[in-house]
Design a protein around this ligand. Structure first.
Ligand code: SAH
Length: 406
């Protein structure tokens, strides 16, 4: 196919207006628009040392914090009645001050024969977020939110359309996992084989729910540290945690320096700045080459192979020459450090774009594979419950349902 005569579709809003800044460029929000009341402080917001200090502040011996952490992280218990190893005296107060309720379940939608659950959670201030729990053969993955809303304003993603409400606290992020573990322990996630009595829990986390995780860097990192803490956290493997970013280069470099081998995913979606400037507003600050360099440096430091996410959009970014250009830019930075995960675009409200046709998807994948870049189309879950990539957004119906919840 020749590269001439291919229609270059530019992102264009229909049914909604992309929010603009004073200079008429797509609005980018790195901070919540107004000061909000902070979520109650929770054990998962604190380091183990800080938890001990807090217990002492409450007039209790420091080791009570450890006992409490065990109840929460290992048994998913938040009910003081069940914490019989803690003295009755002061137990309620301890639980109230260190394990306050953070997420109230508004709604749960289940699909894929019970294997996928989308949760709608209400936070203490009424902000709404979602997480998606998915059973796969041999693993259970939770897609978590890191912000209520998102300030990155990517036109093809539903979450960005309402802007950023606020950052989530570390404990609000971690609590999504604990609550999912509780659901699994109660046998409410389908798909477990008959006769399988193994204790199960979330094994993989993807920061691909609402929000830009690297725009909420400190809290996301505290959440990650709590997820991987073997003694006083969830004891998960860092490799099973995927941090996905739209490409905040300075934050990628900071993540590299943390030396925590999480899996790193970059939402690239276009290999050229001309198109990426349109699709990913933050590309106005950090260009394709800079984010690819940062991604490559992440591999150098951690040895973890980087994922490139690429939503395949019909006639927008799915051209064969773009597959070739992507391969060229990745190979220019070495071999074996990256794989590409194209995702056929999921429909979002009011969007004018479609997923690439199967033939275009195959050709895109073939060209990358032929150039030596391992490329596999990502399997999407939860499309029919609007739980798939880019579909998480608070709807009017969600707002109404949440009004009925305390
Ligand atoms: N803000 C982070 C994580 C959230 S989204 C990031 O940008 O990486 C997770 C992935 O879904 C991202 O790669 C995002 O670009 C992609 N995505 C967004 N909208 C989509 C859509 N409509 N169809 C398919 N993927 C989409």
């Amino acid at each position: 196919m020749s590269t001439t005569g291919i229609r270059q579709v530019k992102p264009k809003a229909e049914g909604w207006q992309q929010r603009k800044d004073a200079e008429g460029r797509p609005l980018l929000q790195f901070a919540a628009p107004r000061r909000v009341t902070k979520p109650p402080q929770h054990l998962a917001d604190l380091t183990p040392e800080e938890r001990v200090a807090k217990a002492k502040e409450l007039g209790l011996p420091g080791f009570r914090a450890k006992q409490l952490a065990k109840h929460y992280f290992e048994h998913f218990t938040r009910d003081p009645e069940r914490m019989t190893d803690l003295p009755k005296d002061g137990r309620e107060e301890l639980v109230a001050s260190m394990l306050p309720n953070l997420l109230t379940e508004v709604r749960r939608l289940q699909t894929d024969g019970g294997d996928t659950i989308k949760f709608l959670w209400k936070l203490h201030d009424g902000a709404l977020v979602e997480s998606v729990l998915m059973r796969y053969p041999g693993r259970i993955t939770l897609c978590v939110s890191s912000q209520a809303g998102c300030g990155m304003n990517c036109p093809f993603c539903a979450t960005g359309q309402n802007g950023l409400t606020r950052n989530m606290s570390a404990a609000e992020i971690v609590d999504q996992v604990v609550r999912a573990n509780e659901v699994i322990a109660n046998g409410e996630l389908g798909g477990k084989r008959d006769g399988d009595n193994s204790a199960e829990r979330v094994s993989n986390i993807v920061f691909m729910g609402m929000g830009e995780p690297l725009a909420n860097y400190k809290r996301v990192m505290q959440a990650v540290r709590t997820m991987i803490d073997k003694q006083q956290g969830l004891g998960m493997s860092a490799r099973g945690i995927t941090v996905s970013t739209v490409g905040l280069a300075p934050a990628i470099r900071k993540l590299t320096d943390e030396d925590i081998p999480v899996t790193f995913a970059l939402s690239l979606h276009a290999p050229d700045d001309e198109l990426r400037d349109e699709m990913i507003p933050v590309n106005s600050r950090w260009k394709v080459d800079e984010v690819l360099d940062a991604a490559r440096a992440y591999f150098d430091k951690t040895g973890r192979r980087v994922s490139i996410e690429y939503a395949l959009i019909k006639d927008m970014n799915d051209h064969p020459w773009r597959a070739d250009l992507l391969a060229e830019k990745l190979n220019a930075r070495g071999r074996g450090w990256v794989h590409v995960n194209p995702i056929p675009l999921n429909p979002t409200p009011g969007s004018v774009w479609d997923a690439s046709p199967i033939a275009a998807q195959r050709e895109f994948v073939r060209r990358l594979n032929d150039a030596g870049i391992p490329t596999t189309i990502r399997d999407t879950r939860g499309k029919e419950i609007d739980g798939a990539c880019g579909q998480l957004v608070v709807t009017e119906e969600d707002e109404r349902a949440s009004a009925d919840v305390a």
